[in-house]
Design a protein around this ligand. Sequence first.
Ligand SMILES: Nc1ncnc2c1ncn2[C@@H]1O[C@H](COP(=O)(O)OP(=O)(O)O)[C@@H](O)[C@H]1O
Ligand SMILES: [Mg+2]
Length: 256
Amino acid sequence: MKQEKNTKIQVRDLNLYYGDNHALHNISMDIQENKITALIGPSGCGKSTFLRCLNRMNDLITSAKIEGEVIIDDKNIYDKDVDEVAVRKRIGMVFQQPNPFPKSIYENIAYAALKHGIVKKGASCDELVEKSLIQAGLWEEVKHKLSEPGTSLSGGQQQRLCIARTIAVQPDVILMDEPTSALDPISTEKIEALMLELKKQYTIIIVTHNMQQAGRIADMTAFFHMGDLIEYAETETIFINPVEKKTEDYITGRFG
Ligand SMILES: Nc1ncnc2c1ncn2[C@@H]1O[C@H](COP(=O)(O)OP(=O)(O)O)[C@@H](O)[C@H]1O
Ligand SMILES: [Mg+2]
């Protein structure tokens, strides 16, 4: 299959079943490198399920059965010879509820990087912690208190800590599942600004309930409805000139 130069992820004929519940129907889409792709659609339409397919998080759900391919950099991550732990290192994830480990700010970032052998304890680890916190826009706020618990930070700061932690293991792709829905507007604005900065280096896929948010930050938007990918196009097209009636009904607030 011909691959566009800037395609990072090719999803092909992806089906997912939770037991008898056929939650994703034959999804195919190409996700572009160094762009923000937003997944929108009513609650229960399969956004989170789809996102978890992209880093094999659904492997952890015993009832989930997956068919199809997710090709990242020319390799299907569901091939038998692929190690799912390595996949999750390359494809990082940030969740709705900020979930720092019950450890210090420093250790929250150092832990996985040390475990994956990206750095050794000492100066190189200190450097990585600093660099990750700078990239996540949190350094100035925490540099004087790195040994304090991550959970002592505000919600918005905790979410940036989780982003710093994700960045520290040097992924290619960052998946975010409603990363600001638990945050106040000012923290949300900070995270959105951060995402626009991060897309220069990473490919970002975000699930959002908030259509204004998709409009503000996403280059591409995919509209899901009841397990189907209804429409996928440039964000502007989805919001201003959608092709499908279902998309138009959703974005104009007629359902969802
Ligand atoms: N862990 C799970 N086990 C079984 N069914 C699930 C699980 N997670 C989601 N589902 C089901 O899959 C469908 C899609 O859910 P989900 O991906 O969470 O939607 P969204 O993120 O768009 O709200 C729903 O019918 C939901 O009940
Ligand atoms: Mg969800």
